[in-house]
Design a protein around this ligand. Sequence first.
Ligand code: ZN
Length: 244
Amino acid sequence: METLPALAPGVCLTFDDLFVENWRAALPVFAAHGAVASFCVCHLHQATADQLTGLHALQEAGHEIAYHSRTHPKLAPYLERHGLEVWVAEELDRGIEEHRTAGFPATAFAAPFHASTPETRRAVATRFEIARTKGPNGAERGGLAKRVYREPGRGGRVHNIASIDMGRAGAEGWSRLNAALEATAAGQGVSVFTGHDIRRDPGRTRFYLSQADLDRILTAVRARGLAFYTLTDFARRSQKHPPV
Ligand SMILES: [Zn+2]
């Protein structure tokens, strides 16, 4: 039997929503580190021509344009009001079709607000190769090692190990991030991080990091000998390397 080399330990950095202009402006920072990421996009049907061009530029640079629902609704009230069937039709199938028509594969899913139910998880599992599911809150409670993966879990699910919204995170946020990277290197697996905007001016949001923060993160990842994967890339490569 052929012996395959072990999947190199690494990180999936994910950035949510539709901050295309700022993501695109950060392309040189990623390129300087040979880093790729998954940009998990919602509201694609409202994207401007410039935003579509920007998303294609990201994809052509080796990044993934992943799927983050169609309109980013709060899950519980949406399900209460419209039911599961409408959620699947609108927030999965309709938006997936829009992504594919626009030239994006929609093979990875990132749950808005990190929310899911057994029913939505089942629907997601039949449509995507990998599904980023639980948020970083609680990752430390259960032990970071549990969020370091050799392959995606049941239904293609992976949970976040830490946030990379470092804009206002402070020393505690950086120590959390470093602990997550340590756990990833120690576990010799792959872990998933979530961020949003990449911007200079925070405005009122805390869901961002600066290009300097990004540079610091990418430097820290490489310093630990970790590789960069998109979500789908991780899912596909791990299938060639089933756990022993
Ligand atoms: Zn989001």
